[in-house]
Design a protein around this ligand. Structure first.
Ligand SMILES: [Zn+2]
Ligand SMILES: [Zn+2]
Length: 181
């Protein structure tokens, strides 16, 4: 990374208050090569900037270069999601788990085929995941799923302790069903 690129990235990271944006914009105003570097750094962060943005008023360039286009960022890491939902299968009103992500219904154990990586909600399938088996993996109890719509498989950790744990009888029933073939 060149010194200019490093400076441009710093500018985008630093400009957090309106006062700072104004100060940094003044710095940019007289420096065309720094503006070009800010344009490149903004694009690298996912901002949509046309080539002529290098000639925009510096404040507009800064503001736009700092805006991240969330849709354009490909997520490769699990994203934490712990949300309330109403189970589409049994209708249970399920609250957040608070300790880890609530990713399946504690009453009927069903989940939804909505993630490509955990939490991204980027899977277009949206089918119901039916539990088909339970297995022990190290210290975790894992529920295995098959998607009702696409036939895809999925696994999540069962929640076995605490007041809002998975229904034990439901877990046993899935386990028995798999052993029965
Ligand atoms: Zn349910
Ligand atoms: Zn599916």
């Amino acid at each position: 990374m060149t010194e200019l690129e490093r400076r441009a990235r710093e500018l985008l990271d630093e400009a957090d208050t309106r006062g700072e944006v104004k100060r940094l914009a003044e710095l940019l105003e007289g420096d065309a090569s720094l503006r070009a570097a800010v344009l490149a750094a903004g694009r690298a962060r996912g901002a949509e900037l046309p080539d002529d943005a290098v000639d925009w008023p510096a404040r507009k360039l800064l503001r736009r270069a700092r805006a991240r286009d969330v849709e354009s960022q490909v997520r490769t890491n699990p994203i934490r999601r712990d949300e309330s939902f109403v189970c589409v299968h049994c209708g249970a009103e399920v609250g957040p788990l608070r300790r880890t992500d609530r990713d399946h219904c504690p009453r009927c154990l069903r989940s939804l085929h909505v993630d490509l990586v955990p939490g991204d909600r980027a899977n277009p399938c949206q089918g119901v995941l039916d539990p088909v088996g339970v297995e022990i993996r190290g210290k975790d109890t894992v529920i295995r799923y098959v998607c009702r719509r696409c036939g895809g498989t999925h696994r999540v950790r069962a929640v076995l302790d605490g007041p809002d744990a998975d229904d034990w009888e439901a877990v046993v029933a899935v386990s028995a069903q798999q052993e029965g073939g």
